[in-house]
Design a protein around this ligand. Sequence first.
Ligand code: TRP
Length: 335
Amino acid sequence: MAKEVVLSGIRPTGFLHLGNYFGAMRNYVRMQDEYNCYFFVANWHSLTTHPDTRELRNSVNRVVAENIACGLDPEKVALYIQSDLPEIAELYLYLNTMAYKGELEKTTTFKEKVRLSPDNVNAGLLTYPVLMAADILIHRAVKVPVGKDQEQHLEMARNFAERFNHRYGDVFPSPQAFNYGTELVKILSLDGNGKMSKSENQMNTIFLADEDEQIRKKIMKAKTDGGPLAPNSIKPDYIENLFTLMSQVSTPDTVQKFEDDFNNSSEGNCIIRYGDLKKQLAADMVEFVAPIRAKAADLQANQDLLKKITRQGAEKARASGAETLRLVREAIGMN
Ligand code: TRP
């Protein structure tokens, strides 16, 4: 039986961080054997909000390098750059006729971007969800690993696909949100305020490109408190977050030791030492990130290899995209 098609896109804005890694990329890596995977860097999308392209090529290369460094195997998945697939642009054109101005204007991310940049409300911004639908439908993907913030876009993609099928005949399966196995790990900002993100204060986010010393410094500065007031307390979310990180990079024994210390602590008898916990976490995190950072740096220094990899990814992706476009054109009657 043919493997199901999985697809996801990564915006090339900012550096990748632990939230991306534990919440998304590690999940992609697990999918690559079982599914027919397409992962791409959404550089067209970034034009809708970042018209200045001086940094774009660099960012695209870094994202590709970091994804490979995290374990994506370009021999197993199609890893490509959106702008290398002109097929997406053509499908975007057709899908634009399935999308209504009213629903596009109601999209949460659109309204948010209008609020943030009222001077750049361009049509590309309005039709961002249509381009995203084209990204997905060009490979007739059925499983789309995305975070909660992208679910509205995904629902719109389903609507556009359904309208197309209804108008011109069945071409597209219905794409669904997808996690591999268990719940996704959510990593909070190190000050406990919201998700770890690229736009947050840089001190509260650990990037895959951070040097050992930066990682240590950030973790040692992470928010803690005076310790639990009663045995077996519920952890405040900033403490829970440190344990979550620890569970990802430290040995089970280490995690258990600090869990026990936490659970045995009470007011006036604080056994857990958050300073020690952070020191241990910092050491284990440094060991975890260092090889990823080194591999990504090596790749970025080897532009020829990156080119070769993305060209190979584009070839795979174009074969699939061309076949979808053939079906689309035939359905519309434009063949
Ligand atoms: N909009 C997504 C984001 O901001 C990126 C993206 C573009 C994407 N095209 C996609 C994600 C297709 C999944 C499928 O994160």
